[in-house]
Design a binder for this molecule. Structure first.
Ligand code: IMP
Length: 450
């Protein structure tokens, strides 16, 4: 294993930093993006939609952001929604209004004219597809799960599917061209109404005129924010500005590299940045991977290290492990370093942000998965197929736990020895240095380890 090399602390002028999740989401990306935003000129979302829920706590106030990049909480920074994102215009307006009510200045928001629109029929389709899958649930071949995917029902998958279909897609720029919008929505409704009635006989059809009118009026309100963000970002780079890319969802939910089919519909790893913003990969200097000190997953799909006992309840309660978007209790498991090593490799991670270390306080013995047993053999490779992964048995390492309130630690030296041993093991296994450690939800409950 290659020894960890130090991660460059400050991004040079004209450079880019990326923050991505190394597990199944909810790793605490919002907080680190919020911290790093101070050092950047724009925070850019490149994938996903309102399925993401980024929590940031500033001065005791908790903000749950869905579509709006976390950088919005810093006055004077641009918050850019890139072309790779799918945007529910009504949901975006609602989120902006909620932020404005709490005194947040939202004028820094910019939305790509090439981002795709999530329309009401996408949400209906998401729901009906899940219902049909659930009705057809049966044991999957070789074990594992079949049935619904457990989506957030925000219309994310159907909107990306229409992007690939082209004929039924609407882009944010279309919201500003009423005739084009009406024509596109009429065609989309023609397809969707047939499809939805096929999924659930008697499903009430969408009225194309009403859908187009609602989108047009949302577009009018969003007009000042809609731009060509590719040129905007390249102009900023040419001027020496620094960009921070905020990954939504996470690597193991990536449509290509995650535990397919139990994934989201977009490129949620660092690999999505180029396609989702028009900024080429070679511009990205620093790639930070965010991971929890344990593992969580929302929705369905394999979780090899899953816990279902009192320890799971303890971690869920202490870590507030309930979905930001859906409120669903998150599934909880021990740290899976086999999965983390894979995510580090796929993203080319230069530094790790390890969050929620404080949550593990008071557990006598901690377990960490370092590999899998599959068909009688041990492997140190991750198994990214969703059905195959359901068949693995973890290979464990155990660690002594620690006691005491970590929430006040501000330097690595403030942590108990057992916690530091745990961190060293993560570095050793991943081959990447830990740059930051999270010991609580507040901005300042963060140890800079580099
Ligand atoms: P979708 O993105 O709504 O299609 O959901 C697909 C799967 O990804 C479901 O299991 C969701 O729970 C999961 N998912 C999507 N976004 C997030 C996220 O930001 N955090 C955790 N899980 C997510």
């Amino acid at each position: 294993m290659t020894p960890p090399t130090p991660d460059a602390a400050r991004a040079p002028a004209g450079s880019c930093t990326a923050v991505v999740g190394l597990q199944w989401g909810d790793e605490g990306k919002g907080k680190i993006v919020d911290i790093l935003a101070a050092d950047h000129d724009a925070v850019v979302r490149y994938n996903g939609g309102a399925n993401a829920g980024h929590s940031v706590v500033v001065a005791g106030e908790r903000y749950a952001l869905r579509l709006v990049p976390s950088g919005i909480l810093y006055a004077g920074k641009l918050a850019v929604i890139g072309n790779g994102v799918v945007v529910d215009p009504a949901g975006l307006l609602e989120e902006l209004a909620g932020l404005a009510r709490r005194g947040v200045d939202t004028r820094g928001l910019v939305v790509s004219d090439r981002a795709h629109v999530v329309a009401p029929y996408h949400k209906a389709e998401d729901e009906l597809r899940e219902d049909l899958l659930r009705a057809h649930a049966a044991p999957a071949p070789g074990g594992g799960e079949s049935g619904e995917l457990g989506t957030t029902k925000r219309g994310i998958g159907p909107a990306y599917a229409d992007k690939a279909q082209r004929s039924t897609a609407v882009r944010v720029g279309d919201l500003l061209r009423p005739e084009t919008l009406r024509r596109k929505v009429a065609l989309a409704c023609e397809f969707k109404n047939r499809q939805l009635a096929g999924l659930r006989p008697g499903f009430p059809p969408f009225d194309a005129g009403a859908v187009a009118a609602a989108l047009e009026s949302a577009g009018e309100r969003l007009r000042p924010m809609i731009r060509d963000t590719t040129y905007l970002l390249h102009t900023m780079l040419a001027e020496g500005r620094r960009l921070l890319f905020e990954g939504a969802n996470a690597t193991l939910l990536d449509v290509d590299h995650g535990t397919y089919p139990f994934v989201t519909a977009s490129s949620a790893s660092v690999l999505g940045i180029a396609a989702g913003t028009g900024v080429p990969e070679r511009r990205i200097g620093r790639v930070l991977g965010v991971m929890k000190a344990y593992t969580t997953r929302v929705g369905r799909g394999p979780l090899p290290t899953e816990l279902t006992d009192a320890t799971a309840d303890r971690i869920r309660t202490r870590g507030r492990e309930f979905g930001t978007v859906t409120g669903r209790p998150r599934r909880v498991g021990w740290l899976d370093l086999c999965a983390v090593r894979y995510a580090v490799m796929v993203n080319g991670i230069s530094g790790i942000v390890l969050t929620m270390l404080d949550v593990l306080e008071g557990i006598d013995e901690l377990r960490v998965c370092t590999g899998y047993r599959l068909d009688g053999r041990e492997t140190d490779r991750f198994v990214p197929d969703g059905f195959e992964l359901a068949r693995v048995e973890p290979v464990w390492r155990t660690f002594g736990g620690w006691r005491g309130d970590l929430g006040r630690a501000r330097r690595l030296g403030d942590l108990p020895d057992a916690a530091r041993r745990y961190l060293s093991f993560v570095e050793e296994q991943s081959g990447v240095p830990i740059s930051y450690v999270g010991v609580g939800p507040e901005r300042d409950q963060t140890i800079r380890a580099e």
